[in-house]
Design a protein around this ligand. Sequence first.
Ligand code: NAD
Ligand code: WQD
Length: 355
Amino acid sequence: MPWTHRSFGDATASILRRMRKVIVTGGAGYIGSHTVVELAAAGYTPILVDDLRNSQERAVEGLTTLLGRAPELHRIDCADQAALERVFAQGRIDGVIHFAAEKAVGESVAEPLKYYTNNIGSLTSLLAVMERHGVRKLVFSSSCTVYGQPEKLPVDENAPDHHPTSPYGFTKVVCEQLLRDVCVADPAFRAALLRYFNPIGAHPSAHIGELPLGVPNNLVPFVMQTAAGLRDQLVVHGDDYHTPDGSCVRDYIHVVDLAQAHVKALAMLDEANAPQCDAFNLGTGHGHSVMEVVRTSEEVIGRKLPYTIGPRRAGDVASVYADATKAHEVLGWIAQLGLRESLEDAWRWQQRLES
Ligand code: NAD
Ligand code: WQD
């Protein structure tokens, strides 16, 4: 069996990892920035590739505080192969974590071309440059959206017939298939397809967190902005679903837990017996309804939230939560934080944003 960093003591492993440069596309974004922190904590050297189209300087400033130095950031479009070439040309790139993508489900229905162009184009561009530089390890941001409404809950990675309900979801299905095809063509290529459920929360330091542009589409940022007085009231999208309280059920995963799973996945790709290309659910395994999120947020914030019940939102599935057994068994990862901690960190971050 070839050696891995695990063959050595902790100090040696850390030194070896420090020489391991990991390119993090979308590293200034919400999940990417938290992953950069966890990579650095594990001893890797993260190199960020992000044109900041959906992030802000503030994220880079927060990272600088947390890392104790400015991160290496290349403000380039992943679709720009010539620019990517210059980043890879520095050599000794150990692997890539690819977050860069468009991610707004509703917008993808209105502007499908934008989604197919960036989400698939960024990946094909990246893979072409990786091939030229002999970099053959990729951790990919996929999504539970690939499952659509699963027949069986909790949903595991073998769920049949993936039917996403949006163009965004289809881009993730296509990217996953593209990576499987690349792995068939190149037996030395390894990929981990990480299917996130609903990432929420922020770094407990409140130096980094989610920075939604404009009116948030996602539940937790909207709840927090409502609590902060930036929105008049939350609209609960439907209370007539076949769920315990009629509102939709999701698996909310703390973004720091999620970030740590990426470090585990990267390490796993080094193992001699690692699967060549495999998908992993990253969730807590617990479903919470929208109304539970509202009630728990009220407890965390310490007062009632203004909300109203509205009609169902087009494209929403009633219920989805993860069977994350495989991530536990293969990656050695399990979510540590629950809904309350996630909401506490989200609220701390929202307050920092307002201060
Ligand atoms: P985000 O928008 O905060 O981060 C994505 C980052 O990528 C942004 O900083 C953006 O500026 C950058 N980017 C986008 N296209 C780029 C390009 N062509 N070149 C360079 N930079 C580019 O999003 P996030 O929430 O951190 O999501 C990261 C990944 O996780 C995405 O692939 C998303 O589809 C996936 N995902 C997100 C969620 C979620 O709810 N946040 C859930 C499942 C999967
Ligand atoms: C959660 C629940 C809403 C806002 C999305 C993507 C998914 C993945 C994660 C990327 C739903 C309800 C929301 C509001 C509400 N992203 N809601 N009022 O839709 O489960 O998942 O993010 O891959 O692909 O679809 O997350 O936070 O938008 O909604 O009642 O103002 O909250 O109807 O039931 P969703 P969300």
